[in-house]
Design a binder for this molecule. Sequence first.
Ligand SMILES: [Zn+2]
Ligand SMILES: [Zn+2]
Length: 205
Amino acid sequence: MECPKCKNAVLLDSQLPGKIPVKRCSECKGIWISSKHYRDLQHKQPQKQATPDLLQQKIDIPFTPSSVDGRAGLCPECGRYLSRAKVKYRQPFFIEYCQECGGFWLDEGEWDVLSALGLSSSLEQFFDRQWQMQMREQESLANERQTLIDKLGEDLARVIFALGDRLVEHPNGDYALAYLMRKAANNMDMQEFKKFKEEKFDRDH
Ligand SMILES: [Zn+2]
Ligand SMILES: [Zn+2]
């Protein structure tokens, strides 16, 4: 079996903690987990949902993405192109999966990170379209909240978040929204009017 990432490097029998049999490349130190051994692992370990918060967790493992992380590769078992999925960890990296035989390729260090995050038996979710969309939504929500904090300051932003939560739970929350929108619109009208008056004043004098 040849390494999907290195030229002319052979994969050798190895084991992960927990006696999970894998094939390891002696050059790039990446590992191949066959579909069978991955499923055996899943029987022993509960699956866990990866969330942006969970992926941003601080774990006590030194990690730098492997130098071959950006490289595409062929499945060592069936020769098909491996699908790649981004894991948005603090230092993002890609993991690879074979759609044909169901095996996974992980570059050096990636397994340790995923294992420490409790996600080593939930790898297929990173390749799931729906999950990817959910993740993007959660990320843009988090970005929106951060923008609000940046623009309004922490204190006022917290008030807005709390108010937002109360309003969506209230059956007539839309009245409050309409009020706020109108107030903001009036304020904008006022500003426009002031600007207009100032310009007129400049013209007339
Ligand atoms: Zn290799
Ligand atoms: Zn394959």
